[in-house]
Design a binder for this molecule. Structure first.
Ligand code: FUL
Length: 507
């Protein structure tokens, strides 16, 4: 009844008073729709699939294919299919089991690289596993086995299918995209509609075999691949599948060294971010295009090559802090060898990394043991509040916020006894947009004199997730760290609108 009255009075006002259309809408909005007093979003905001994708955080890349056997990084496209000769049955379940132990939540398997060789029995080309005389090759179907293994292990999965195809005679003309590339994507969708990402690499054009025609192809990747149609078609079948890179739904961080900018916005100005410019995003950008950082856990190329080693677990942990801990996702490459499995040394290193992540970031969360207060708190709605305690209740639907027009505020954690804290994990409620522009972390042992923490790390953006080592070092964040503190406060110093902080962990 009250609602009908409010709608009616809003309508009368709209008809009689000289209000702008926006002001009328706001009136209706405030009096009726927003009974919960939720803050208005700051656009752009993530699509639901992008939010689910971001929550995957840390996942694997598996570069395996013709190059594993030829020793190349980029095959020309003229490789004899018989060269694809696994010495045992390729085993995606072993790959995913190993990366799960490292704390990864999923993986992307390369099923076609630039050489055009397909790791499944596709109808689009004979340049595929079934044309090899090797018995293991003939039985290989990576997308089928990868998807099945992921489902079995409760992990997310997706595929890298290279838009650039150096084998195909039609690459560069107007039949390739509809008759080959889009069909390949459709074939892959048949292996599972719950894919979380398709990886569309930006490398394109240049020379290749091209069905024997050779020469170079020049294409414009922002128009050639018919991306709007591709996006629509894939989303109709795989609604949660984020189209990375050329697809425009997640951007390349661009350095391939496993770090994102300390300041890192998920909004981006360009639909196809210029290369080497993806580390930072752009606060005023219109596209929600969060960064993904692709990096290698081995010392050489993306594909397996004899004699290459693994990076140390401490270095891998640093990468994690500098990517997942800086509002990006980390896709870490783990290349299977000629047997179609991950080498034992890779499996060992992954285990070590998993142990580190668990010990360092999933142990006691001291925030849960603290008394939590805020100097500013948004007025509650009819059925919800925006209290400081929401940041450590483990519920991603609740958050701390201030009133509109108050773009800063402080949350303080206090304990009766000092706690050994190394890492502060912060998360914004990004459904309402990425907001925070500046923050700081301080600790105290008496609640009166405070020391700024985090060294010289730029405490600017937070986004989906930010992890600050209290000692300010990402390369030596554990051994040299624990700070014994009785009070810790997070000051939001500036925000594009009232801050909305969903989660704070103190580890
Ligand atoms: C690049 C490709 O050209 C590399 O071969 C590799 O697949 C890497 C992940 O993306 O752009």
């Amino acid at each position: 009844m009250k609602q009908i009255y409010l709608w009616a009075s809003a309508l009368c006002l709209a008809l009689t008073a000289p209000l702008t259309a926006n002001a009328q809408l706001q009136l209706v909005n405030e009096s009726v729709v927003n009974a919960e007093n939720e803050p208005a979003p700051v656009h752009p905001v993530p699509a639901p699939r992008q939010l689910k994708w971001q929550r995957t955080e840390f996942y694997a890349f598996f570069h395996y294919g013709m190059n594993t056997y030829t020793g190349n990084e980029w095959g020309y496209g003229n490789e004899d299919e018989n060269k694809f000769a696994p010495t045992a049955a390729p085993n995606p379940e072993q790959w995913l089991t190993a990366v799960k132990a490292a704390g990864m939540k999923g993986g992307i398997a390369v099923v076609k690289h630039h050489d055009g060789f397909c790791l499944w029995p596709t109808a689009t080309t004979t340049h595929n596993v079934t044309s090899s005389s090797n018995a293991y090759a003939k039985a290989t179907n990576i997308p089928r086995d990868f998807a099945a293994a992921a489902k079995k292990l409760g992990m997310k999965y997706g595929f890298y299918v290279s838009p650039w195809d150096r084998n195909n005679e039609h690459y560069g003309d107007d039949t390739y995209v509809k008759d080959v590339f889009l069909r390949q994507c459709a074939e892959l969708a048949a292996y599972g509609t719950d894919q979380f990402e398709m990886w569309f690499d930006g490398a394109n054009g240049g020379d290749g075999y091209y069905g024997g025609k050779g020469g170079k192809r020049n294409i414009d990747r922002s128009t050639y691949y018919d991306v709007p149609n591709l996006r629509d078609t894939v989303h109709k079948v795989c609604p949660d599948c984020v189209l990375w890179g050329v697809g425009g739904e997640s951007r390349w961080i661009g350095n391939e060294e496993g770090w994102a900018g300390e300041t890192n916005w998920s909004p981006e100005e360009y639909l196809y971010a210029p290369e080497k410019n993806g580390m930072y995003g752009n606060m005023d950008g219109w596209y929600w295009q969060p960064g993904e950082s692709d990096a290698k856990m081995t010392t050489g190329g993306w594909f397996w090559h004899s004699g290459e080693g693994q990076l140390g677990a401490e270095r891998l942990f640093q990468m994690y802090l500098e990517t997942v801990g800086r509002n990006a996702t980390l896709i870490l490459n783990c290349p299977p060898d000629k047997s179609g499995s991950l080498p034992a040394a890779t499996v060992e290193r992954l285990k070590e990394m998993g142990k580190m992540l668990t010990e360092r970031l999933q142990g006691t969360n001291y925030a849960k043991e603290a008394t939590v207060t805020a100097n500013e708190t948004r007025s509650a709605g009819t059925g919800r509040n925006f209290n400081a305690e929401n940041v450590c209740n483990g519920d991603s639907a609740t958050y701390w916020a201030t009133n509109d027009g108050v773009n800063k505020g402080t949350i303080t954690f206090a304990w009766d006894e000092a706690k050994p804290i190394r890492y502060v994990v912060l998360q914004e409620h990004i459904q309402l947009g990425q907001r925070v522009k500046a923050f700081s972390i301080e600790t105290s042992n008496d609640g009166t004199s405070w020391t700024k923490r985090g060294g010289n790390i730029a405490t600017t953006t937070i986004g989906y997730k930010r992890i600050i080592p209290l000692n300010g070092s990402t390369s030596n964040s554990y051994e040299a760290n624990p700070q014994k503190v009785k009070y810790l406060r997070v000051n939001i110093l500036d925000s594009r609108a009232c801050p909305t902080i969903e989660n704070i962990e103190l580890r």
